[in-house]
Design a protein. Structure first.
Length: 365
């Protein structure tokens, strides 16, 4: 039942007496920066979950290589010499690489070494795993970092452009082209790029990260960049679709918000309206960009294998074939840590990107 007119008038009078006339109202935002307090709140919220995820990743990381058929010791011994190897020698090799004892004992040994920063010795290469990862990681970071930036910038730019032109032929063409490029798996895209630019046009090298000739300084950097073009393009196309769809959806959603309608009604030009809508639409774009780190790591293995690129992906592929538990555990753990850190960075950046994540505003008189 609606309140009586006298009761409504009395309520309005009480509200006016409590708050004063509207022209005297002011909004005091408690979202003002007080040092790093907003970032600290986000860190306190996200860090325990990140530690828990990392602990679970350690357990899964230990179990996954052992679920594959085969034994690393069998791959160490040439087939023609397997009959001559005694059980004592096999036991010595297993102890040398931490593969002796029960699964639980191996796990305890693995966690103990991990606490001291020791990832073990590779059964395939005979080198410390940390050395192998340090050699391969920069090449993978070159590919993934560049592809992540390009796929996010290009995908979000195309997504915003499609949102402003929603339903037009331009929007439909862009959507079709991006979805077509995103539908191909990275290894297939890599093969197409090799066929077109290396075999047919002979413009770019087929494989490898370093040239075989004598290059120094700027010439060496240019040749390394030239050899990275095709794998970066394959990874960029693989991450383009998610950034495009999220940016387009977020921008379309923001266009329908009341503040955008009000800005347009007050006479703000189309460029200004889009600028306001784009800023709020960047939050989900940032989120999907950080989530794409894991997807790009997953796509790096087939891409690096196709181009014979000396990164983590190629190292994982070779280690799977050799059942190199130590390298697989170290590489998977490094990737898991990278994805967790990327998501943590994404979480900590929210107060900078979205004021609504900070403390809410209060009305004072």
């Amino acid at each position: 039942m609606s309140p009586a007119p006298n009761e409504a008038a009395a309520g309005t009078a009480n509200l006016d007496s409590a708050l004063g006339p509207p022209e005297q109202w002011s909004v005091e935002s408690t979202s003002r920066w007080r040092g790093l307090l907003p970032v600290g709140r986000q860190l306190a919220h996200a860090l325990p979950l990140a530690v828990l995820v990392f602990a679970v990743a350690i357990v899964i990381n230990f179990a996954l290589p052992r679920l594959a058929p085969g034994n690393p010791i069998d791959f160490l011994i040439p087939p023609d010499q397997a009959a001559a190897v005694t059980p004592a020698q096999r036991t010595h090799l297993a102890a040398l690489y931490g593969l002796n004892g029960s699964e639980w004992q191996q796990f305890q040994h693995y966690v103990g070494r991990l606490a001291h920063g020791d990832l073990g010795i590779s059964t395939r290469y005979g080198q410390p795993v940390t050395t192998l990862l340090a050699q391969r990681l920069p090449w993978t970071l070159l590919l993934l970092g560049t592809a992540l930036v390009l796929s996010t910038l290009i995908g979000s730019g195309l997504g915003f452009r499609s949102a402003w032109r929603r339903g037009t032929p331009s929007d439909i063409r862009t959507l079709t082209g991006v979805m077509l490029a995103d539908s191909f798996p990275p290894f297939f895209t890599s093969l197409l790029l090799v066929l077109l630019f290396s075999v047919t046009l002979k413009l770019l090298p087929v494989f490898g990260a370093l040239p075989t000739g004598q290059y120094h300084g700027a010439a060496l950097a240019a040749e390394v960049a030239r050899r990275a073009i095709l794998p970066i393009t394959a990874l960029t196309l693989g991450g383009l679709g998610s950034a495009y769809l999220i940016a387009r959806s977020a921008a379309v959603s923001e266009i329908g918000e009341d503040y955008v309608t009000m800005a347009a009604a007050k006479g703000l030009d189309a460029k200004g309206v889009r600028r306001h809508a784009r800023r709020n639409a960047l939050v989900p774009v940032w989120t999907v960009g950080m989530l794409n780190v894991g997807a790009l790591f997953g796509g790096a293995a087939p891409v690096e294998t196709v181009f014979a690129y000396p990164g983590l992906g190629r190292l994982i592929y070779d280690s799977v074939l050799a059942r190199d538990y130590a390298v697989l555990q170290g590489a998977f753990l490094l990737i898991a840590a990278g994805v967790i850190v990327a998501n943590l960075i994404g979480e900590l950046a929210y107060p900078f990107l979205d004021p609504r994540v900070r403390r809410p505003a209060i009305v004072t008189t």
